[in-house]
Design a binder for this molecule. Structure first.
Ligand code: DOR
Ligand code: ZN
Length: 346
């Protein structure tokens, strides 16, 4: 296949940051995706509907002239979120999910939930209002190995949660392991998972063998080849519980290349092309459209997009770096060859 045209996709999990950074990443996001679920882990986090509405305006202001794009906002759940704020969010029409970060799990998660038991009454409000709970699925206990944190989260937190609140709508975000793919694949309720392009293309050797590559460090961390294979299988299976979420998470180069670098892989300038590469390698390009453009919209109760985008099998070179405020962004595949190119009308 030399060319593939599909319904314009949605990115069901992305970080676009704030301020000057928005202009560096939002136009490229909007070229590839008609809508995106926007993560709320700003400093300070987006915890109220009014903060989310103001953030939405700043995202609109960062679009290139004439671009059409719909940011789907989320709220950041804390131990102290008022139940009333969740009801307001559910009624707002612009908030599409509530994000659960276990406190300390990742970038700007300090205000996150310290103990799931503390927020059960809030999760009951979500179940009642049908607003999805978006979960960063990792335990944070120091004694749990970083490569096991997703699986332990599923066993200790997620499985009991689905039993206790079967009507809660859940997205397990950016799954990285065979355990997660198996768990989600076997569910019956309203539970789904997003999968990133980088977890479909890379394993932990790519990050650590022959030298440490900080721009491949993200959370949940890249795992074994066996896990990558299970994710590929899930993404290309045609099971609507698995859909696209890039988790593109830009950090300036100086915050990545240092003694304690931030977690986050930036794919905002090439995510869709990278997914095409992963699907093509599995001979599964005909399954890309449903994964990228149908299943996520269906889960979130949104109409499927009307616009279309075209990808051409045509080589191009990723830039080495991209301006990012006063810093630089090092994208995934920096300076390397890309096999698929987004046609210019995209
Ligand atoms: O790698 C990550 N980066 N994982 C996350 O969960 C957060 C994200 C970020 O905001 O940088
Ligand atoms: Zn994320």
């Amino acid at each position: 296949m030399e060319k593939i045209t599909l319904t314009k996709p949605d990115d069901l999990h992305v970080h676009v940051r704030d301020g000057d950074y928005l202009r560096a990443v939002v136009p490229e996001l909007a070229r590839r995706f008609a809508r995106a679920i926007i993560m709320p882990n700003l400093t300070p986090p987006v915890t109220t509907v009014s903060q989310a509405l103001a953030y939405r305006e700043r995202i609109f202001a960062a679009l290139a002239p004439g671009q059409q794009f719909q940011p789907l906002l989320t709220l950041y759940l804390t131990d102290n979120t008022p139940a009333e704020e969740l009801r307001k969010a559910a009624a707002s029409g612009v908030i599409h999910g509530v994000k659960l970060y276990p406190a300390g799990a990742t970038t700007n998660s300090d205000a996150g939930v310290t103990d799931i038991g503390k927020v059960y009454p809030l999760l009951e409000v979500l179940a009642e209002t049908r607003l999805p709970l978006l979960i960063h699925g990792e335990v944070t206990d120091r004694e749990i190995d970083i490569f096991d944190r997703e699986q332990v989260f599923i066993d200790r937190i997620l499985a009991p949660l689905t039993e206790r609140l079967p009507e809660l709508r859940i997205v397990l975000e950016h799954i990285t392991s065979e355990a997660a793919a198996t768990f989600i694949g076997e569910q019956h309720g309203d539970i789904a998972a997003t999968i990133t392009a980088h977890h479909l293309l890379f394993n932990r050797n790519d990050m650590l063998a022959g030298g440490i590559r900080p721009h491949m460090y993200c959370l949940p961390i890249l795992k074994l080849e066996r896990d990558r294979q299970a994710l590929l299988q899930a993404a290309t299976s045609g099971n609507p519980r698995f859909f696209l979420g890039t988790d593109s998470a830009p950090h300036g180069r100086t915050r990545k290349e240092c003694a304690c670098g931030c977690a986050g892989i930036y794919t905002g300038h090439n995510a869709l092309e990278l997914y095409a590469e992963a699907f093509a390698a599995q001979n599964a390009l005909p399954r890309l459209e449903a994964f990228a453009s149908h299943y996520g919209a269906d889960f979130y109760g949104l109409p499927r997009n009307r616009e279309r985008v075209t990808l051409l099998r045509e080589e191009w070179q990723m830039p080495e770096q991209i301006a990012f405020g006063a810093d630089q962004l090092i994208p995934l595949r920096a300076g390397g060859r890309m096999a698929w190119r987004l046609a210019d009308n995209g």
